[in-house]
Design a protein around this ligand. Sequence first.
Ligand code: TEU
Ligand code: CA
Length: 558
Amino acid sequence: MNKTWWKESVVYQIYPRSFMDSNGDGIGDLNGITQKLDYLKELGIDVIWLSPVYRSPNDDNGYDISDYEAIMDEFGTMEDFDRMLEAAHDRGIRIVMDLVVNHTSDEHAWFVESRSSRGNDKRDFYFWREGKNGNPPNDWGSFFSGSAWEYDEKTDMYYLHLFSRKQPDLNWENPRVRREVFDMMTRWCEKGIDGFRMDVISLVSKPDGLPDAPARNGLYGDAGFVFNGPRIHDYLQEMNREVLSRYDLLTVGETPNVTVEEARQYANEDGTELNMVFQFEHMNLDGGDGYKWSTRKLPLVALKKNLSKWQTGLDGAAWNSLYFCNHDQPRIVNRLGNPDDAYREASAKCIATCLHLMQGTPYIYQGEELGMTNYPFRSVEEFQDIESVNAFRELTQERGEDPASLFPKIAAKSRDNARTPMQWDDTENAGFSSGKPWMPVNPNYTKINAREQIRRPDSVFCHYKKLIAMRHHYEVIVYGHYQLLLEDDPDLFVYTRDLDARRLLVVCNFSEHNRIYVPDEVFRNAEVLIHSGPGIEDCTPREENGILRPYESYVLIL
Ligand code: TEU
Ligand code: CA
């Protein structure tokens, strides 16, 4: 197993729009991030993954880029970026940028040129096709509802957009596109950044001939089959040769629909492609029928089996990312824990222990370290995210779903849950902004905020801080081999890690009733590395003859 810094790091994801507003316009910005670097240093994280800060019309909150080498006006200037980068490096914190190159904004100069005429020099930077008898070129549906094709009257052709119509897909079959992307990446690396998170990178190779989808998902074909296309590994190996291999980077691909077998290629130990990928199987376990919208919670036994499959499936061959939260996912406390006061902190700490003791690089999404929860949406008008807004409209107006029964399912899974402002303290707007925040602050900020937790030893923040310090101290946590115990137990998530003579036992009770679990005799004299749960302030796991309280978790080390 190759040992390296990005395997031993903990990454913190910042969604700049909602992190910290320094100039009172209600929108987070780069200077706000710089102001909060000492907070992140206190937490102990090693790397920041910065969601897009490039120029954008914000049709998809920055994931629609109109200039890859200019800073979004609302976030500040390139000088602000340089200042933030330097301030992070001064604190030993690396900066990983979000690379969104499956598509650009329709306001990007390339697309403006490409759409201007059929003969334009940049026409084939994108996918332009003739319609069929007045219909789109194929039946693909956009991930943001509607057809994945937009008719462009000027040249009487359609262009492909797997996301919003303002996010036209780049044609990676065109070597000039790849050259432009690689050169842009190189210029960012020359500025001293430390890596890339690659947005839906597994989409950039489309199936030959752009055939109809093999499965339908309501009105349109399910474009999910486009992921992991025929030349994806050729393109990533070319990117690796042209850019990635020339710098000391953390690279993580966002690869929905990836399997363990494919991940062993994407994130292979030979380093010919990426360091790691984000898989989505565990995040889809609480989905609805035929789509993600649902009020179901994550089923524990299925979750244990899926995460264990990834732990053992990549061990020694590739490298896992470890995440439950990001800007696209609802808050994990609601999906796997309990957001009510009685159990919120215990369940948040139990979740953190369970994830952070696995093999792989952990990712913490802003606010996860505080146990932040979903937002209490009351009506569909409160949704701002294009995915939620379009889905509600299409499902009710075009597919006849009942609005009243659909609303709670969208409210539970909406990406907006992760995009409410970071809760810094209990002053107005949770200390996020002196102006009107672009997105309402979760009203529970008076109870859940960083200032209240930083100095409270049993807070969620201090629990994450301890987990991060443990990972920095014990190689067995980073490199140890994983084995699941009690595979079919509906409440307990119990596993071991071992590396040479070191052994860990991780015990988590994901239920709201007491359970009995007595560790194997071999752990009789083991040290307690971390222990959390309601009412356990002054006891150790063994003193309670195996009683595990609701959401109690602990780690023993030999
Ligand atoms: O997400 C791609 C993606 O997988 C999501 O659309 C996911 O399928 C959906 O959100 C599940 O709820 C990336 C970015 O993370 C997302 O924010 C962007 O909207 C999207 O790509 C387009 O750039
Ligand atoms: Ca601002």
